[in-house]
Ligand binder design. Structure first.
Ligand SMILES: [Mg+2]
Length: 271
């Protein structure tokens, strides 16, 4: 359930007094710092192939990763993600939570679960491509991109038609100008984050995301986690928001400052 009152109507900006004190409180504990990639750490760009971390964000994440475990949890495949980061996170998770860098075996069963859908989409390829829909097979998920379609309506209609008769075993959810298909029952970002919190021994977590596939984390996060939605979505269940990824470097810098302060007075400090 989570704490109901603050979530819906008046979500504070993370740089408000309330946000700053939540951030300071979080960083007195050993926290896992987890981030979505597109639209969160990196700005959304017209050509997804161009998305990269800015140097300012990559450098600050690298510095934070020396103090605390840092995770990037994205809808992209791991192979795709790795070349866009410019730093080495402690944990890297792709395909909406299903693809863990350190557990490739779990991935192959989920990959095979999409084979009937793969074959089906191959038969529908011509009508999808004609409507300007790009089909991206990411192994553990399949993305139907309509960002570049001349008519969004026609593209969505073609996708609806193509998916209407699809074989069982896949679940559909929308993202920003994309329709995603994942194996039914496959781990999502919330599952991935709970796993990483346990694996890292963290006492708490921060998670920032901007899209539909980040909401399961916001919904399932324990009350002491700090959750953050990039963009002002009234329906989001995150506790705080940022206006855009352009504010991310500043947020990471604030985290570094809070850590420096808590480190100076904490039990682990050198005197
Ligand atoms: Mg995103």
């Amino acid at each position: 359930m989570g704490d109901s009152g603050s979530a819906a109507g008046r979500r504070p900006h993370i740089f408000s007094a309330e946000g700053e004190s939540a951030l300071a409180e979080l960083l007195t504990r050993r926290a896992l710092l987890a981030f979505d990639f597109d639209g969160t750490l990196a700005p959304i760009v017209a050509q997804p192939a161009q998305a990269r971390l800015s140097q300012a964000v990559a450098a600050r994440l690298a510095a934070l990763a020396e103090r605390l475990p840092v995770a990037v949890i994205s809808g992209r495949s791991l192979a795709d993600l790795r070349r866009r980061l410019g730093f080495s996170p402690t944990y890297l998770v792709g395909n909406h939570g299903a693809e863990h860098a350190d557990d490739p075996e779990a991935a192959s069963a989920w990959r095979a679960a999409l084979d009937p859908l793969r074959a089906h989409l191959e038969r529908e390829r011509q009508s999808l491509v004609a409507a300007g829909v790009g089909i991206e097979d990411k192994g553990l998920s399949i993305a139907l991109h309509h960002r570049l379609a001349p008519s969004e309506g026609a593209a969505l209609a073609a996708i609806d038609a193509a998916l209407a008769e699809r074989p069982p075993g896949s679940s559909v959810f929308a993202g920003k100008r994309v329709i995603n298909l994942v194996p039914t029952g496959c781990p999502d970002k919330a599952d991935a984050l709970f796993l990483l919190v346990a694996r890292s021994g963290a006492e708490t977590a921060l998670f920032a995301g901007d899209d539909v596939n980040d909401e399961p984390v916001f919904e399932r996060a324990p009350a002491h986690w700090l959750t953050l939605r990039v963009g002002r979505d009234a329906a989001s269940r995150a506790h705080f928001y940022l206006d855009s990824p352009a504010e991310m470097a500043m947020l990471l810098e604030r985290m570094r400052q809070h850590l420096a302060m808590s480190g100076a007075s904490g039990p682990g400090s050198r005197r």
